[in-house]
Design a protein around this ligand. Structure first.
Ligand code: ZN
Length: 561
């Protein structure tokens, strides 16, 4: 029979102790001993296997949205800026609220004042709004369950820690950090989880209260239950904890700290108390929080509250499987803004990282995402590839060009700024000639964008690609051509009305008059493109000639005199 861990996708990091020379003074471990933290992981894994095997035959749709309006939240710490991973978390919570007619809350988890970055909060507001994720309740928006900054809610956390002290679900721990460190080191050496040994759980309550009243430094710990409650993750399915085995000597308890010695809450207490008081119904968060979730559910039970529903989404990793970090592009979203990525491109991109849909096309703006949202999340990590980002950007550029209005004018403005800026190599005289009948450079730029929107990633790249539309080009020397073509195309000067139909008719005439006939059409078109743009590919020939107009087109073809 194989060790149960061999069947598990998780390697037990502690089972080396099984074969290590026994330094420990504890009973011989049973043959299939599994350490506590592995028990938790195993049970989670078994839970997900169970969920998978029942899903196949199940008739209920597992990804459908809740039938009642969901209240969700995004709860960042102002210890850094919004980055791709946290934007995705915010977005999923926003979409769930909006898709069910609920509310999206913003809560600032600023209990760790030492790590707070001065401008992080204002940047966060700005970046969320830039992405279109306006919160219904939170700082600057107000709401009935505020304040929405945890540093302003300390009183509430202390009251709640005391409730748990009163009902026996929490206790005061007076251990010094030296003792805890020594304990952790010793347990680590023995290959055991570095949890707490519950020394202080045995102190009678009156004595503990008395020592606290006299000002003795202490923390408040949650007394975790003998067995964690079961719960159902909306992504991973049922979590069913395994029973502790009676014959395993296990004196460690996870008992998380709720209140620190300075009286401020830890994340565990603050987020449970706030989610309850803010009537949060659903929490979508990164899978790094999965190990903490049983503790959080235990805390809801200790308070006698109903926990929200949890959906854990996988981590973002690069193509080598490494967690995204600053080195591999998980910089704050300013980097995307500097690349002129549109907000709708970035939210589209972020949404597709671990969420899937039934639509034919991946191209969705925020409104489409709300309309199509479901809880169809991928289990496991999501690989981020940036080719997709640029693909989506070009598609959204085309949508902007088609729809017109302000989003298109933003693109136009970026291009105009680039052309007329102090570092521009484009001559205002040239631009003046080219814009011709258009009264403004904006109008001319808009026409060019609308002729080639599917290649727009940012102003700089796009202008470089279409430089021939912004400078006077005179019969480039690089043009080589099939016999006679340069002379033959000069017949375009006979076109009376410079419009698509007449140009088309004249070019067909030119082609038909050549000995090669239609077989030589590509030579004619290639020459036209080369002479008009000095490039081998790009926007359609007729668009180019229409935007440049008769004079400039003929000048490029050497047919103006
Ligand atoms: Zn203690």
């Amino acid at each position: 029979m194989r060790h149960p861990l061999e069947l598990s996708p998780f390697a037990c990091t502690r089972d080396w102790i099984m074969s290590a020379p026994l330094l420990l003074r504890r009973p011989q471990l049973p043959a299939y001993y599994t350490c506590t933290s592995c028990l938790v992981r195993l049970s989670r894994w078994r839970g997900s296997v169970r969920a998978k095997s029942t899903a196949a035959g199940a008739t209920a749709k597992p990804f459908t949205l809740p039938s009642k309006p969901a209240r969700t939240r995004f709860a960042p710490s102002p210890t850094g800026y919004l980055h791709l991973g946290s934007l995705r978390t915010a977005l999923f919570n926003y979409l769930l609220a909006k898709a069910t007619g609920g509310q999206f809350l913003l809560r600032i988890e600023d209990t760790d004042q030492k790590r707070t970055v001065a401008d992080a909060e204002t940047r966060l507001y700005r970046d969320l709004r830039w992405a279109g994720l306006q919160w219904d309740e939170g700082p600057e928006a107000g709401g009935p369950y505020g304040p929405y900054r945890q540093s302003e809610r300390s009183q509430l956390y202390q009251e709640h820690a005391h409730k748990l002290l009163e009902n026996g679900h929490a206790y005061r721990c007076f251990c010094s950090s030296e003792r805890l460190n020594a304990l952790a080191q010793q347990r680590h050496k023995m290959g055991m989880a570095t949890d707490y040994d519950r020394t202080c759980a045995g102190i009678p309550k009156e004595e503990a209260d008395d020592r606290a009243a006299k000002g003795e430094s202490h923390v408040v710990r949650l007394r975790v239950p003998e067995q964690y409650p079961a719960y159902k993750d909306l992504v991973y399915g049922a979590f069913k904890p395994l029973k502790r085995r009676g014959h395993v000597v296990e004196t460690a308890y996870e008992d998380p700290i709720l209140l620190k010695s300075d009286g401020l809450p830890t994340y565990h207490l603050a987020n449970v108390v706030d989610d309850h008081h803010m009537k949060i119904t659903h929490v979508i968060r990164g899978s790094e929080w999965m190990p903490s979730t049983p503790k959080h559910i235990a805390m809801y039970n200790a308070f006698g509250w109903t926990p929200p529903q949890f959906a854990h989404v996988g981590l973002l990793v690069d193509e080598q499987g490494n967690k995204l970090s600053k080195r591999n592009f998980d910089t704050d979203i300013t980097a995307f803004q500097e690349m002129e990525i549109f907000p709708e491109t970035l939210t589209n991109f972020a949404a597709l990282l671990g969420w899937s849909h039934q639509e034919k096309s991946d191209i969705m703006n925020l409104e489409d995402l709300v309309k199509n949202f479901s809880l169809k999340f991928t289990k496991g990590n999501t690989t981020v590839t940036f080719g997709k980002l640029h693909f989506l950007q070009r598609k959204h550029a085309a949508l902007r060009a088609k729809a017109g209005g302000e989003p298109l004018m933003d693109m136009v403005q970026n291009v105009v700024n680039l052309l007329t800026g102090p570092e521009s190599t484009y001559k205002s005289g040239d631009l003046g000639v080219l814009q011709g009948d258009s009264l403004l450079l904006d109008e001319y730029v808009q026409k060019v964008i609308q002729a080639d929107p599917e290649n727009y990633t940012n102003a700089n790249e796009w202008v470089y690609r279409n430089a021939f539309m912004f400078q006077l080009l005179r019969h480039p020397e690089s043009v080589t051509s099939a016999d006679g073509v340069p002379q033959q195309v000069k017949a375009l000067r006979d076109v009376k009305e410079w419009n698509r139909d007449e140009l088309n008719t004249k070019i067909k005439e030119i082609i038909d008059a050549r000995p090669e006939g239609r077989a030589g059409a590509k030579d004619v078109y290639h020459y036209l493109r080369k002479a008009l743009t000095d490039k081998d590919d790009g926007m359609r020939i007729y668009d180019i000639m229409m935007i440049l107009g008769r004079e400039e087109s003929l000048a490029r073809l050497g047919a103006d005199s």
